[in-house]
Design a protein around this ligand. Structure first.
Ligand SMILES: Cc1cc2nc3c(=O)[nH]c(=O)nc-3n(C[C@H](O)[C@H](O)[C@H](O)COP(=O)(O)OP(=O)(O)OC[C@H]3O[C@@H](n4cnc5c(N)ncnc54)[C@H](O)[C@@H]3O)c2cc1C
Length: 357
């Protein structure tokens, strides 16, 4: 039997960052089911930090995370270009206002991304959007757990959880661990993990989002191009290591599983992209999909369960798990330690598991 102060279930960005924040409070044992960290959503994201993206509690976490991302040198400049086509005037105007973008005419948009076609009738711009080094975030957080005397173990699929007088006994095959506090950072499986522990679910829904990686159009160096977002989040394109990633930005409800991209959905992504550019789509170099997992109100779920406070939720990261991670992990550790969180009380309440019971 392994003894720890905190057992964290899940080795994506949620579990590793929460574990790193908890490591100053006690010994952390993190168990990840897969053979490697970031196997699921955390290895499949668009890796963007965009402070105004999300509902108010998410934006508060984004803002509170910014300094930590910058200090860790996890940000590099990208910029965001919103584009609208004929018939999308209302969505374009709404997005420009809500995201506080500077309006651009179509010609100015083409100056920034020369493959945009005449179908683009207007645009919005801000340079406050950044690439995140998601690999460094996860490996850095795992290293912080180990450096503090904790352990990060892969290939440990938790299959049984028992409540004991002293806290929790957690089984992964023939391995057994015990700790007074259990942290559920199992992404789309978070409600299932709660079920194993006899804790009521939060009503989380995994939503699939797909991506195609295509070669850069011939004759174009895309590395300095911004993220390009279709009005109404109808599709997006982002430079990625000299190529482009293109997504239809779909939100397809799914069971928790190892998601993959559907050919028809990828075809739709490339169709929407082709509608906005002057170059033909080429055969994808790779395709993938990941699950973005949301609570019913689309805010993260961070803190002790109201009925079972030694069971701590770190779930519902949706499409914001990386950009919110530093502040989300600090909030979680503050709530576990009984410290006053840095975020205002209304935001803490909007992120708290209590709101969903
Ligand atoms: C296409 C796409 C684009 C995205 N773009 C962005 C972006 O630009 N910026 C951003 O901030 N976010 C983005 N996201 C969202 C972000 O990727 C997620 O919010 C984040 O990765 C969720 O992290 P997680 O650790 O909660 O979940 P996951 O990465 O899914 O990790 C959960 C882990 O728990 C493990 N687990 C489950 N059950 C058990 C068990 N019983 N025992 C042990 N381990 C278990 C799983 O194996 C898994 O590794 C995007 C997501 C997708 C899919």
């Amino acid at each position: 039997m392994i003894h720890a102060d905190f057992i964290v279930i899940g080795g994506g960005i949620a579990g590793t960052s929460a574990g790193a924040a908890l490591a100053s409070l006690g010994r952390v044992l993190l168990w990840e089911a897969e053979a490697d960290l970031r196997h699921h959503a955390s290895g499949r994201s668009a890796a963007l930090f965009e402070e105004s993206y999300g509902l108010p509690p998410t934006v508060a976490l984004n803002r509170a995370s910014r300094a930590a991302h910058a200090a860790a040198e996890h940000l590099s400049a990208r910029g965001l270009l919103l584009v609208g086509m004929a018939g999308e005037e209302d969505a374009l105007a709404r997005d420009v206002g809500e995201m506080r973008l500077a309006p651009l005419c179509a010609a100015e948009a083409r100056d920034r991304v020369p493959i945009l076609s005449d179908a683009v009738i207007g645009a919005g711009w801000h340079d406050d959007a950044w690439d995140l080094d998601t690999d460094a975030m996860v490996t850095g957080a795992a290293r912080a757990i180990r450096d503090a005397g904790g352990a990060v173990e892969t290939g440990r699929r938790v299959d049984r959880i028992a409540r004991t007088a002293a806290g929790w006994r957690v089984h992964a095959g023939d391995r057994v661990a015990a700790a007074p506090v259990l942290v559920d950072a199992a992404g789309p499986w978070a409600d299932a993990v709660a079920g194993m522990a006899g804790v009521a679910p939060m009503g989380l829904t995994p939503l699939r989002r797909s991506m195609a990686r295509i070669a850069a159009p011939a004759g174009h160096d895309v590395r300095g191009w911004p993220m390009v977002l279709g009005a109404g989040e109808s599709w997006y394109m982002k430079p990625d290591a000299g190529a482009l990633i293109v997504s239809p930005a779909e939100e397809e409800p799914a069971e928790a599983h190892d998601a993959w991209a559907d050919d028809m959905v990828i075809a739709e992504a490339l169709h929407r992209w082709e509608g906005a550019v002057t170059v033909p789509a080429t055969r994808p170099l790779a395709t993938w999909a990941g699950l973005r997992t949301f609570a019913p109100d689309r805010a993260l779920v961070l803190g002790p369960d109201p009925d079972e406070p030694s069971f701590v939720w770190c779930a519902g990261q949706g499409g914001y798990g990386f950009q919110t991670a530093p502040a989300a992990a600090r909030l979680l550790a503050d709530r576990v330690a009984g410290r006053a969180p840095e975020l205002d009380p209304a935001t803490v309440a909007a992120l708290s598991p209590e709101r969903l019971r």
